[in-house]
Design a binder for this molecule. Structure first.
Ligand SMILES: *[C@@H]1O[C@H](CO)[C@@H](O)[C@H](O)[C@H]1NC(C)=O
Ligand SMILES: *[C@@H]1O[C@H](CO)[C@@H](O)[C@H](O)[C@H]1NC(C)=O
Length: 805
């Protein structure tokens, strides 16, 4: 099997080139996406990881914050590795981490999956590519864990695959895997067999691998192992008693519903199972909780509710390893009025609830809730929805070494606390947002207004966020873009000569999907010219804030002036790339295929302008923030610049080709830097130029992946010299600063310290330099599939998948 060792490649890099910038997240806070699972180390306190479906792995810190540990494994060609379908720790070595990575098992993902492994808590990784795909953002991703390390033998791992690929085993600590031929169950259930795009019709495969650490060993391996499959039959839970030589279905198992979790309580010598009538994470209208007594071989139905109270399945179940018999289990999806969480201190014989009806519609809440680490969660979501506890609760874990510390995930954020045992005394606990450091947002548009708001970030599923100045980039905002709140905002722009004026567009037709702000994006109002039938796409605001040009997702290019109703601009092709001149309010620009268009009559009509020689695809257009008539165009053959409103163009350099988003940002001494995603000397990544595009420097570096460059968003700061923002599809907004001198050398500035460029850059040979057409296609398919999403979101939206209803 192919081996890819990131550390080795780093060392192999040749002479120092330029310092890449040091990147950090803009702190939106609160996670902003689904966290399918948490895994705690069973023996070392405080060692825990969260796996996400589109944004990689995070490691828990002692102050409740999280640190991303997989930014270096994802590059343009390997964007799929931020989808994490399973994570395992070695019970005998707290430095070891394993994960099954890969985003989709269908054509949206060009790559096979991989098992990555770390021996230093995620600081560095080695990779074994599998012979099949892994679906970290597929249905059923909250089941698990499908990957596990034998507690008696650190060299043995099992991985339960999707798509009918069965059970796989490693006997060399994850370096190689071979199929376990004695295990024949495949888990062939698919949520929608008639789905033709390969997403919901793919067999869900195996659900979990759970070792019984109390079972003793056979030839140095744990004897008893349980494996779950995505079946709702009496053959959904399998067991071996001879370390994997033979397998049989466990006798007496339920036979209805799909098993999601099987957690061993070694003291009780019991397994706790959650079941749901779907494989998750959005579904479930019925389910059960079971306790399996391993010694007696008996199953006991311990479902906390019945009758009309039971209208959901179960996902996350926390088992207190310090106190046998204490368990906490959550409804997977109780869409109204809220999730319910149940606790038992007698192995599931009796239960108490986290809330109860007092006299309808009043509730007794046996908790208080704090969103101090991410205030927008309350302002934008808890306050406007009956659900405070969340949905998609596939993971709920009690810290195995601290009965008070627990975490659970929702479709929006991570909740948890440090006083869980108060449930048993005062029956009143504190639940906090504990996602600090997790930035899982899918960013769909960015802008930075010179003299105005430092950052406007349009995001999928959480509307968007305004950061007034550079000093608040590490402070979670008080609120998302609201009144109106859009589920997803797909684009944002400011008026170049009147920068407090900002507009944004949302993607959910049915209500007005254009909103305007006169205070730099703090408060908003629905733009009265917007009807209710059009949505999505990109938007451009004229310099003086009187005209809006809108390249909609499905209704061509539209124009509105002075709040009039939008009307079609027939002289621009549908889905054209658009931009407004930032200083001349009569001028707008458009691009489609090989053609560049200009309007000098406030967007009423467009005409083809200067040639972009050799280009066949205009990817992005950016107007100079201060110079009227100066426009930059990104194409499949690189970047062109015009200083005469597009009448004529010059290609700025041959060093950078196949470019995607470009941006201008304040440079040193009042100059303007240019930033671009494209293919240059260091491969397909982010480059910067301080000399009007003549020379380009790799400012991304090998340590910071952004995912596929064709889906990254980009903004140069209009206010802070050398600062640049990157919007990712699942890792939020990252930013960095540096200075770009002419000639391409760099000086990086991080946290007030200035260091000269001496560090290494990953050699160009390690990066696949071609941006495959299939990557673009897969992205487009993913997004378009989202339009068919049901209200509860059965399909990922923009790669995020939190299914906010
Ligand atoms: C299994 O799941 C399928 C699909 O949801 C359903 O039609 C069937 O009735 C279920 N069977 C059992 C035994 O629960
Ligand atoms: C639990 O504590 C919170 C915060 O003090 C309080 O608001 C709430 O009413 C308490 N719940 C009950 C049922 O007493």
């Amino acid at each position: 099997m192919k081996l890819f060792t990131a550390t080795k490649l780093l060392l192999a890099a040749a002479a120092p080139i330029h310092a890449a910038y040091t990147w950090q997240n803009v702190k939106i806070g609160g996670g902003g996406g689904f966290v399918p699972s948490f895994v705690f180390h069973p023996k070392t306190k405080g060692v825990a990881y969260a796996r996400t479906d589109i944004g990689g792995i995070y490691r828990l810190n002692s102050d409740d914050s999280w640190t991303a540990v997989t930014d270096s494994i994802v590059d343009n060609a390997n964007w799929n590795k931020w989808g994490v379908d399973a994570l395992a720790l070695d019970p005998q070595d707290d430095t070891k981490v394993y994960a099954a990575v890969g985003s989709y098992t269908n054509s949206w993902d060009p790559n096979n999956g991989a098992i990555i492994r770390s021996s230093d808590k995620g600081a560095t990784w080695s990779t074994t590519t599998l012979s099949f795909k892994v679906g970290g953002n597929m249905p059923g991703r909250g089941m698990g864990e499908r990957l596990a390390v034998d507690p008696a033998n650190s060299k043995i791992l099992y991985f339960g695959a999707r798509s009918g690929n069965g059970l796989w085993k490693s006997i060399d600590a994850g370096v190689t895997f071979t199929k376990v031929s004695s295990f024949t169950a495949k888990g062939l259930y698919a949520p929608d067999p008639s789905d033709t795009n390969g997403y919901n019709n793919d067999p869900q495969g195996l659900a979990f691998v759970t070792f019984d650490s109390t079972s003793g060993t056979t030839s140095g391996a744990t004897s008893r192992i349980f494996v779950g499959t995505a079946d709702n039959t009496t053959s959904s839970v399998w067991v071996t008693e001879d370390a994997g030589t033979t397998w049989k279905a466990v006798a007496g198992q339920p036979g209805t519903f799909f098993p999601h979790k099987a957690i061993l309580q070694p003291t009780e010598k019991a397994l706790y199972f959650t079941y749901s009538d779907g494989t998750g994470p959005y579904d479930g209208t019925m389910g059960a909780v079971y306790r399996y007594d391993i010694t007696a071989g008996t199953w006991k139905n311990i479902t906390p509710v019945s009758g009309s109270d039971l209208y959901f399945g179960f996902g996350g179940i926390g088992v207190d390893m310090q106190k046998a018999g204490t368990i906490v289990v959550a409804s997977l999806n109780s869409w109204w009025p809220d999730a319910q969480i149940f606790r038992s201190i007698d192995s599931g014989t009796t239960w108490s609830r986290l809330w109860e009806w007092s006299s309808y519609p009043s509730m007794n809440l046996y908790y208080s809730q704090s969103t101090s680490k991410a205030p927008w969660v309350k302002a934008g979501f808890l306050d406007s929805d009956t659900k405070d506890l969340g949905w998609m609760i596939e993971s709920l874990v009690i810290d195995p070494l601290d009965s008070n510390h627990w975490l659970y995930s929702t479709g929006l954020t991570v909740f948890g606390g440090h006083d869980l045992t108060k449930w048993d005394t005062t029956h009143n606990i504190t639940i906090e947002v504990l996602a600090d450091g997790i930035e899982e947002f899918a960013v769909l548009g960015l802008a930075s207004a010179p003299g105005g708001s430092e950052l406007l970030a349009a995001v999928g599923d959480d509307s968007g966020f305004t950061f007034a100045s550079s000093s608040v980039l590490r402070t979670s905002p008080q609120k998302p873009w609201m009144d109106p709140i859009f589920s997803s905002s797909t684009s944002v722009d400011y008026a170049g000569a009147s920068v407090k004026n900002v507009i944004r567009v949302g993607n959910t037709a049915g209500t007005q999907q254009v909103a305007a702000s006169g205070d730099g994006g703090v408060t908003w109002y629905a733009y009265s010219g917007a009807g209710t039938t059009m949505s999505g796409g990109t938007i451009a605001y004229s310099a003086s804030a009187d005209t809006i040009l809108w390249s909609t997702s499905a209704n061509g290019v539209q124009r509105s002036q002075f709040s009039s109703a939008f009307s079609s601009v027939s002289s621009l092709p549908a889905t054209a790339v658009i931009a407004a001149d930032k200083q001349d309010s009569t001028a707008f620009y458009g691009g489609h295929a090989a053609t560049f268009y200009v309007s000098k009559n406030t967007g009423s009509t467009f005409a083809a302008a200067g040639a972009l020689t050799g280009a066949t695809s205009v990817r992005a257009i950016v107007a100079h923030p201060k110079a009227a008539g100066e426009v930059w165009v990104s194409t499949d053959v690189g970047i062109f610049r015009s200083t005469n409103y597009g009448t004529s163009f010059a290609k700025v350099s041959t060093a950078l080709t196949n470019t995607y988003q470009i941006a201008l940002g304040l440079g040193s001494g009042g100059t303007w830097n240019v930033y671009a995603f494209g293919t240059g000397s260091a491969g397909a990544r982010l480059y910067g130029s301080g000399d009007t595009g003549a020379t380009w420097t790799d400012i991304q570096g090998a340590a910071q992946g952004f995912g596929a460059i064709d889906s990254c968003k980009l903004a140069g700061s209009g206010n802070t010299a050398g600062q640049v923002f990157v919007g990712t599809n699942g890792r939020g907004v990252l930013y960095a600063s540096g200075s770009l001198a002419s000639g391409g050398s760099t000086t990086t500035t991080t946290s007030g310290q200035t260091t000269l460029s001496t560090t290494t850059t990953r050699s160009t040979t390690t990066t696949t330099t071609t941006v495959a057409t299939s990557t673009t296609t897969s992205r487009t398919t993913t997004t378009s599939s989202a339009t068919t999403a049901t209200p509860t979101g059965t399909v990922p939206r923009f790669g995020v998948s939190k299914g906010y209803p």
